[in-house]
Design a protein around this ligand. Structure first.
Ligand code: F42
Length: 144
């Protein structure tokens, strides 16, 4: 069993603790937006440690769309490299957990379709894309 390393960002680590500690009944939304959040559990690509990353919930059927926006920061979040290296993840959506495999969506037509769903679920993603030069990566998580 690998070590779990909490996020160094306190508000993120606190949300994970509340969400997971309550079995998915508390801490389910992003701050005061009221919009739903999922928790992605994955492995660090260098440390092999367990990482837990809250992301907005955007769904395509029963698949989850993961958007590596990091608030429109110039660089991809670290979890981007982690998911590229180890695509098998667990996704907690409230009280349910799912073993899933992620892939980065590189086909432009597929990416556009999923991007539009993600922006409908969480409109600030578009503002984040508009303020950064990088193309924000989009993953799709599919049931194994
Ligand atoms: N971030 C998003 O990008 N998209 C979202 O939709 C989103 C929603 C969201 C909702 C609620 C919430 O609480 C947070 C939310 N966030 C969202 C923020 C998200 O959870 C992450 O905190 C953010 O994207 C930054 O991700 P990060 O992986 O860069 O996290 C940093 C702060 C971090 O935790 N770094 C660690 C560290 O110690 O610096 C982890 C480092 C790491 O993963 N190391 C790897 C390892 O091997 O362990 C190596 C990585 C490598 O480079 O190979």
């Amino acid at each position: 069993m690998s070590e779990y390393i909490p996020s160094p960002r306190e508000w993120v680590a606190d949300q994970v603790e509340l969400y997971e500690g309550s079995g998915g009944t508390d801490g389910l939304t992003l701050r005061d937006t009221g919009l739903p959040v999922i928790i992605v559990t994955n492995r660090g690509s260098k440390t092999g440690a367990i990482r837990k990353t809250p992301l907005m919930r955007a769904m395509d059927g029963s698949n989850y769309i993961l958007v590596a926006s990091q608030g429109g920061a110039p660089k991809n979040p670290r979890w981007y490299a982690n998911l590229k290296a180890e695509p098998n993840v667990e996704i907690r959506d409230e009280t349910q957990t799912h073993s899933m495999r992620v892939r980065e969506v590189v086909d432009s037509v597929e990416r556009k379709r999923l991007w539009d769903i993600a922006v409908a679920a969480y409109p600030p993603y578009q503002e984040y894309q508009d303020k950064t030069d990088r193309v924000i990566p989009v993953f799709i998580a599919e049931t194994i």
